[in-house]
Design a protein around this ligand. Structure first.
Ligand code: PMP
Length: 364
């Protein structure tokens, strides 16, 4: 048993997955060698990749006209790879801006083409709120419309994908992939860094519609070139098999929980408990996101002052609740309740928050 009840930080792994990874580091499937020593072109490696791909496809019901790639470099690598591969001859795309990560993706894409940055938030709302899609000025000639489905830093999530006509959507789902079903009819591509709901940092997963693969710019580096990676079954360069195995174990774990629809209900229950507590003490726990756009994965909140926040972190740590500090760029606190965080752990967090608030009656 680990000492902590949960790490509500940048990644979360179920204990049983950690134990299986530990075993694989020492002895890969009884072969007397570590997974870390396996050559990536060996049959076992190819089989591992295929098994992971198939289970991931099944969990998210990904239609066969979409290719699934595991690629080096996390989500930021896809910030470059997406425009390089998908901007096409017009080199024009629209990027919906709703926060830190959609802005970072937009800035990267601007290196490669003519990018329209479209304000996705409602300027008239005091709280962060996603604007009605009719108010977005989307240029008609965009080859795709990029958005971030869950803004990890501010805790803002699309409850359903943006409703737009024409161009396919391209989504960054780094912090909520595998937390809910995806309506693939709307998408040209979906990508995610894998360290939240799908394993460990270093790889990204990309799901891309096959008919979009013939328009990459000639300068696209080979390892970021989708068609090259499709031909090589994701193994153009040496793939970190450990990360792929972690993804397989995370998918198997999710499958055992009943799959994506089942975990979505659990996630909604977990989030509802934390938001209910925040709303019970609004002067103490301050969340700046409109209720309709609150993230099911990440709940940022601030206390009346930094000294209280530090005291809260210490208090929570003593109860085995760790990594509750907010993102470095904004401070405050944040609970990230990724798939593996149990309802029991959330109950502990809520009780910790409640006790802490009551101990500070002067602010309530
Ligand atoms: N997009 C989102 C939504 C994220 O949350 C993150 C990381 N937290 C990134 C992109 C960047 O991911 P990576 O560090 O894997 O490049």
């Amino acid at each position: 048993m680990r000492k902590s009840n949960f790490s509500a930080g940048p990644a979360a792994m179920p204990e049983e997955v950690l134990v299986q990874l530990q075993v694989a580091c020492f002895d890969w499937r009884g072969q007397g060698v570590s997974l870390l020593e396996m050559p990536h072109r060996a049959t076992v490696a190819v089989d591992l990749l295929e098994e992971t791909r198939q289970l991931f496809r099944a969990l998210l019901n990904i239609p066969k006209q979409f290719q699934i790639l595991f690629m080096h470099g996390g989500a930021r690598a896809q910030f470059s790879a997406i425009p390089l591969n998908l901007l096409g001859i017009s080199r024009k795309a629209a990027y919906l801006n709703t926060g830190v990560w959609s802005e970072a993706a937009c800035q990267e894409a601007q290196r490669y083409g003519e990018i329209d940055r479209v304000t996705g938030l409602d300027p008239d709302s005091a709280l962060s709120r996603i604007a009605e899609s009719q108010s977005w000025q989307l240029p008609p000639e965009s080859t795709y419309v990029h958005y971030c489905d869950n803004e990890t830093v501010s805790g803002l999530e699309f409850s359903r994908p943006p409703q737009i006509d024409g161009a396919p959507l391209v989504a960054d789902m780094s912090s909520n992939i595998l937390s809910k079903p995806i309506d693939w009819r709307l998408f040209g591509a979906v990508y995610a860094g894998m360290q939240k709901n799908m394993g460990v940092a270093g790889l990204s997963v990309l799901v891309v519609r096959e008919d979009l693969l013939d328009q990459a710019m000639s300068v696209t580096p080979s390892f970021l070139h989708y068609k090259t990676q499709v031909k090589c079954r994701s193994a153009y360069n040496t793939l970190p098999l450990f990360n792929v195995y972690a993804a397989l174990l995370m998918c198997q774990w999710l499958d055992k929980q009943g799959g994506v629809e089942a975990i979505q209900l659990v996630n909604q229950r977990k989030a509802a408990k934390v938001y209910a507590l925040i709303d019970q003490y609004p002067a103490f726990y301050r969340n700046r996101v409109d209720k309709r756009c609150r993230s099911v994965m990440n709940m940022p909140f601030a206390l009346p002052n930094q000294a209280l926040e530090a005291a809260f972190v210490t208090d929570a740590r003593q109860r085995g609740l760790i990594n509750l500090e907010g993102h470095g760029s904004v401070g405050g606190l944040r609970a990230s309740l990724y798939n593996p965080i149990s309802e029991h752990a959330v109950d502990l967090l809520v009780s910790c928050m409640e006790t802490f608030a009551r101990q500070h009656q002067e602010y309530l």
